[in-house]
Ligand binder design. Sequence first.
Ligand code: ASC
Length: 151
Amino acid sequence: MKRLLIVVVCGVCVASLLGVAAAQFARTEDAVRYRQSTMFLIGQHFGRIGEVVQGRKDFEPAAVAKNADLVATFARLPWDAFMVPGSDSGTQMRGAALSDSDGFKAAAANSEKETAKLAEVAAAGNLDAIRAQFGVVGQSCKACHDKYRGR
Ligand code: ASC
């Protein structure tokens, strides 16, 4: 009985170590919801910065800095949720994100890097510099979407 317990416990430990991304989510649909929720939040807060850099809203440096900080934080979150096998089914995610996971991770890392830089630039409060880095972040979003997001 004791031996069986040890075997079961060890089995669970090994399974959880091997599971990596999948193990972080109880169900495939949790991974989908997690990344879609995160992307929604990124869109909301990046969009608010967009309204300012495009001249549709007044420039309030503290508000832009807060939004950029949130975008940089959220941009660190969703990538593992794309690495769950089968989670592309019925979503806008293309299977290429899984089959070319190195390319996907590189594109994700670039977005993390550029959003972190946007947060830094926004904290300094120069609108022209914010506008320029906003464009760089937008390109990093687009580069990934072009390859790994369906329409
Ligand atoms: C956005 C948004 C995206 C990106 C992308 C940048 O504001 O919702 O998906 O920027 O359009 O090219």
